[in-house]
Design a protein around this ligand. Structure first.
Ligand code: AHR
Length: 500
């Protein structure tokens, strides 16, 4: 019998809502078709944004949206995406599928989308192929309220008031698609570019994010931190508010990542094992960050994470369109639990990507839309946003899976919100075994418990013809006895409990 001990009195760290963030790039059908269809589309829209998709995303409380890339960010020239649409430059999106980019979704459209979603804004600037002036003028265009060439241009384009940029990424993957730089070279460029990212409005700070490592590249982390923190006595935080980390999960190698829907148990466990590796990565890079920033003022921003499988057969390989099964749901569940547990350092995470690309929340086909198993996990976990992580530990958990890719059968995180409601999210990684679990609270004898569950066969997914195969449902199997709650968690499932 597994036991989950919860010390709800011991608050450990604040769970920044941005940990539940999203990423959307000019890639495949992520923006065009998925989010933006234009005002003249027969698909119901508000100012060009798909109404069905925006309405669905509002339900998961998207806290922040990162845009325009990804690799696209370091090829993006923002001036091509402003002004009358018919005059906007057309270009080929060479990085992603070689399709026409007509720039009809640009800065104004991004802020409109964020306004509709009610989320914070994360702009990723161009260091790889852009100039300091270009980045600095973009910031002026977006955020300056006075008289200036860029603010006046914004007004000419129909927007009187400046917008709020909450986060600004200074380049993306500059160790790779963003310029193939060395960490020291990038570190120096970072120092320079960020200097001209001005805070124009009193009291409104744009939080600046430096490009961090790929997976376990600690040399990059160390090189960037060393360069940015050295000789900066007046900038004790190395000129940055955040350092990014990118990590994608696939059971095969980069060449053969494996099918998103056709996999066996070995691949199931291999995938989950790789997802759990996120914790080791956070520990590794955090240890380095602690050396420069022991007070944890600089956030680790995992601004790209998720499953990356082979594209759906018959689709453009450059579009990264993949289905989403219960395996993705479990990957999301365990990863979000890890982020919660490391919320002292992890201040933001953006799953890649929000719609139609990689591990999406929503898939679309013409006017149709389906919510993925991953979407339901984000919905079940939404109560963790802005809550306090509390101490919890599992006892009596067996290892499941095959040889070197074994994983713990159960994994959890627990938080308490400002009204004192406790949220427990519990994942069962086993494909075949259900487990009875006793939850033991330290002082709360619950008077009310609500629970929901997401479960299904490991390959179960939602399709346009059968959109509700995997769906969050009410879970009735909780019994309460004083400070103890008992339940049996079915194989291959995620449970969320709200306890008060
Ligand atoms: O999310 C897809 C791509 O993965 C991004 O453009 C890039 O930053 C990463 O390599």
């Amino acid at each position: 019998m597994a036991k989950l001990y919860i010390n709800e009195r011991k608050k450990q760290s604040h769970i920044n809502p941005e940990i539940y963030g999203q990423f959307s790039e000019h890639l495949g059908r992520g923006i065009y078709e998925g989010l933006y269809v234009g005002e003249d589309s027969p698909i119901p829209n508000v100012k060009g944004m798909r109404k069905d998709v925006v309405d669905a995303l509002k339900e998961i409380k998207v806290p922040v949206l990162r845009w325009p890339g990804g690799c696209f960010a370091d090829e993006y020239h923002w001036m091509e995406g402003i002004g009358p649409k018919e005059g906007r430059k057309k270009m080929i999106n060479t990085h992603w599928g070689g399709v026409l980019e007509d720039n009809s979704f640009g800065t104004h459209e991004f802020f409109e989308l964020c306004e509709q979603l009610g989320c914070k804004t994360y702009i990723n600037g161009n260091v790889g192929s852009g100039t300091v002036q270009e980045m600095s003028e973009w910031v002026e265009y977006m955020t300056f309220g006075g008289v200036s060439p860029m603010a006046d241009l914004r007004r000419k384009n129909g927007r009187e008031e400046p917008w709020k940029v909450d986060y600004l990424g200074v380049g993306n993957e500059n160790w790779g698609c963003g310029g193939n730089m060395t960490p020291e070279y990038y570190g120096n460029l970072y120092r320079r570019y960020q200097t001209y990212v001005r805070d124009y409005k009193k009291g409104e700070h744009i939080r600046k994010i430096a490009c961090g490592p790929n997976v376990d590249d600690t040399e990059w982390t160390e090189g960037v931190l060393k360069t940015c923190f050295t000789h900066s006595p007046s900038h004790a935080h190395g000129f940055m508010d955040g350092l990014s980390l990118h990590y994608y999960v696939h059971p095969g190698g980069w060449q053969h990542k494996g099918s998103a829907t056709q996999f066996d148990e070995t691949e199931w466990y291999k995938t989950l094992n790789k997802a759990l590796y996120m914790e080791e990565l956070i520990n590794q890079h955090s240890a380095l960050m602690d050396q420069y920033d022991p007070d944890k003022k600089v956030g680790m921003m995992v601004d790209e994470w998720g499953d990356w499988f082979d594209v759906e057969p018959g689709t453009n390989p450059g579009f990264l369109y993949q289905q989403n099964t219960m395996r993705d749901a479990l990957v999301a569940a365990v990863t979000l639990n890890i982020f919660n547990k490391h919320s002292d350092r992890v201040k933001m995470a953006c799953i890649a990507q929000m719609v139609n690309v990689l591990q999406s929340m929503v898939l679309t086909e013409g006017p149709r839309m389906v919510l993925t198993p991953t979407y339901h996990v984000f919905h079940m976990y939404r109560h963790h946003q802005d809550a306090e992580l509390v101490e919890s530990w599992l006892q009596g958990v067996e290892e499941v899976g095959v040889m070197r890719t074994q994983v713990p059968s159960l994994q959890e995180s627990v938080s308490v919100d400002k009204d004192g409601v406790i949220t427990v999210t519990l994942a069962n990684l086993s494909v075949e075994s259900a487990y009875p679990v006793d939850l033991v609270l330290t002082e709360t004898a619950p008077s009310q418990v609500e629970a929901s569950i997401l479960t299904g066969a490991m390959q179960a997914c939602n399709t346009f013809d059968e959109p509700d195969v995997v769906k969050e449902g009410k879970f009735e199997g909780v019994t309460v006895n004083g400070r103890e709650l008992s339940l049996t968690i079915p194989a291959c499932s995620v449970i969320s409990l709200r306890i008060q």
